[in-house]
Design a protein around this ligand. Structure first.
Ligand code: SAM
Length: 298
């Protein structure tokens, strides 16, 4: 890399137009979804926080490493990686302007200088060749319209013998937080197709065999897919979580399609169910992810 990253948070971002195939994702993450993430950033962070130590352990970032954070969002893992790579630097890449603005703001606020953020689509972003020692992602790899292109592009950006470490959700059925939500509201609303393994979306990498095939096809070796289970903190109490859930675009749409009475009952049922999970620190439910690691050949 030839860029000076020491003043990176203040640097003008380089921009590359997303590929047409990602237009839908770019629109979502630059529109309602992105704005929702910014507004509820701390809650989303609390929901994912427990996976970060697993990711960092798997990435084994050295103090001088050059790190690429794919789908970095508001940059929590970018900043965490930058602390591990104290003499190196970290580049966070994301499609979402609002989340990148938040990432830059937080890096400045926390005085993390060895980071830079670029707007781009990981499937086609013109990363310099062999410029990174390690690529990481916390739940940012599942939204590719063309996963083979994305993983090939990421492999190209890694040096020979470079490392890949990312987390992604296991299937919805083994994620207690989702099962709890769906089971409570199912009698009152028409549940959506959550986009299973294969379609861009939260569960597109839920099948480990597919992950191995995609990474193998992109030239990665030493591929490992390890289960990780952690509680995730959803909110302070049932009321707080119901309010958040009801503000999610997907749920708002479901409720809007139901009768007023069914929508009311769905939220009441969710409240009752969540109240049963109240603990001293709020409401935490089980979550299951895969921790995926691989290498580029020497
Ligand atoms: C579930 S969020 C995770 C954000 C962040 N990694 C975190 O842990 O908070 C997924 C992120 O992936 C980004 N994303 C989706 N498709 C992308 C693509 N093709 N290239 C780069 N980023 C992408 C979204 O904009 C979003 O910020």
């Amino acid at each position: 890399m030839t860029e000076d990253h020491t003043t990176a948070p203040r640097a003008e971002p380089r921009q590359h137009a997303p590929a047409a195939a990602s237009a839908e994702q770019a629109q979502a993450w630059n529109g309602d979804d992105g704005r929702h993430w910014v507004r509820h950033r701390e809650r989303y962070e609390a929901m994912q926080r427990n996976f970060t130590p697993h990711l960092l352990r798997a990435a084994a970032i050295g103090t001088a490493d050059r790190v690429l954070d794919i789908g970095c969002g508001a940059g929590a893992t970018t900043r965490a990686a930058a602390r591990d790579a104290g003499r190196g630097h970290v580049l966070g890449v994301d499609l979402s302007k609002p989340l990148l603005a938040e990432a830059r703001r937080l890096a400045l606020e926390e005085g993390v200088g060895n980071v830079a953020f670029e707007e781009g689509d990981a499937q086609v972003h013109p990363f310099p060749d062999a410029a990174f020692d390690v690529a990481i992602s916390r739940n940012g790899m599942m939204f590719f319209a063309d996963p083979p292109a994305a993983f090939t592009n990421i492999a190209r950006a890694l040096r020979p013998g470079g490392r890949l470490a990312f987390s992604c959700w296991q299937e919805a059925a083994v994620n207690e937080w989702l099962v709890t939500l769906w089971t409570a509201i199912a009698p009152y609303v028409e549940l959506p197709d959550m986009g299973g393994s294969g379609q861009p979306g939260a569960f597109s990498l839920a099948d480990p065999e597919r992950v191995r095939q995609l990474l193998g096809g992109a030239g990665f070796t030493d591929i490992a897919v390890e289960p990780v289970a952690e509680p995730i903190h959803l909110g302070d109490d049932a009321e707080d979580v119901v309010e958040f859930v009801a503000s999610l675009g997907l749920i708002r749409d479901l409720l809007a399609q139901a009768t007023e009475e069914n929508a009311r009952q769905a939220l009441a049922a969710l409240h009752t169910e969540l109240a049963g999970h109240q603990g001293p620190d709020g409401i935490a439910l089980g979550a299951a992810a895969w921790l995926v690691t691989a290498r580029t050949p020497e």
